[in-house]
Design a protein around this ligand. Structure first.
Ligand code: PLP
Length: 281
């Protein structure tokens, strides 16, 4: 595969990272993962806005303009001959002798890759099992940083319980998943955690809120409890890779008798139409 290193396209084994890169030593960096449908970057502008916000919040300098970066991502997709796939890229604060304080001068380091990912492999229309796991992450989950240990530990724990995803809670409040946002349905209404410091404001979350508006499905962005989660009419999660994914079991508890819900179904159909439209545009 061809990877992106700064402004250069290299083969995977030519890419070298300095051992004193702050991304490596401190997780001092940010990233984005963007879905590719039919060779095109999906919801690109929203991803780039979130990238700029993450950079601002960490006072990290983006090494290239968004336009230039976008050109390079498109080249990366073409060089790897991606039809449906995923582009991942990250930017660290660069290399400097190890100390916590920001170095006076470093050059941010950008690396990126692109992989193929078919929708058949990524989607799970029949639903998955999830586990409720304590949210032990820091208080700035709104920034898409490379620091993902809280997420990694949660997902590993869920996996060891036979689940595909960890649904996180702080006390009684459900926040999000280890790598996705969480929605519940009560009496025909969508409910999801507000976009504050406790969750990452997912681009798929935003897109689903937009689809819900178009479909006249009422939405509440508000806190909801683990009890509301377990007694919900429907539960589903959203992410760039998995789109809308029904959750039909949480721990030992079946959700809606273990079958995907009607509203999740309508959103999955609407999502599908949008992807078809984009692929053929
Ligand atoms: N929340 C967390 C913690 C994530 O890591 C992700 C994505 O990986 C999401 C939510 C979903 O965000 P998006 O829809 O932008 O992929």
């Amino acid at each position: 595969p061809t990877i992106l290193y700064q402004d250069q396209f290299l083969s995977r084994d030519q890419g070298k990272v300095d051992m004193e890169d702050r991304g490596y030593q401190f997780g001092d960096g940010i990233y984005e993962a963007i879905r590719v449908y039919g060779g095109r970057l999906f919801l690109l502008d929203l991803h780039m806005k979130r990238l700029e916000r993450s950079a601002r919040e960490l006072r990290l300098q983006l090494p290239y303009s968004i336009d230039h970066l976008t050109d390079n991502l498109r080249t990366l997709i073409a060089k790897n001959q991606i039809d449906d796939g995923l582009v991942y890229f990250q930017i660290t604060r660069g290399a400097a002798p190890r100390q916590h304080l920001f170095p006076e001068e470093t050059e941010s380091v950008l690396t990126g890759s692109a992989i193929s990912l078919s929708r058949e492999d990524a989607l799970r229309p029949d639903g998955i099992k999830a586990s409720l796991i304590d949210d032990i992450r820091w208080l700035r989950c709104d920034i898409k940083t490379l620091n993902l240990l809280g997420n990694v530990l949660a997902k590993q724990k869920a996996h060891e319980q036979g689940s595909e995803e960890a649904i996180l809670h702080r006390g009684d409040t459900v926040t999000e998943g280890s790598s996705c946002n969480v929605f519940i349905v009560k009496e025909g209404r969508l409910i999801t955690h507000p976009a504050d410091h406790f969750i990452l404001n997912g681009i798929t979350r935003l897109f689903v809120l937009d689809l819900a508006e178009r479909l006249d499905i009422p939405v509440q962005e508000r806190l909801f409890s683990t009890e509301e989660l377990l007694s919900a009419d429907e539960v589903f999660i959203t992410s760039t890779g998995a789109e809308v994914k029904p959750v039909v079991q949480i721990g030992d508890q079946l959700i809606a008798g273990g079958r995907p819900g009607v509203i999740a179904g309508r959103l999955m159909d609407a999502f599908d139409k949008e992807v078809t439209r984009i692929r053929t545009a």
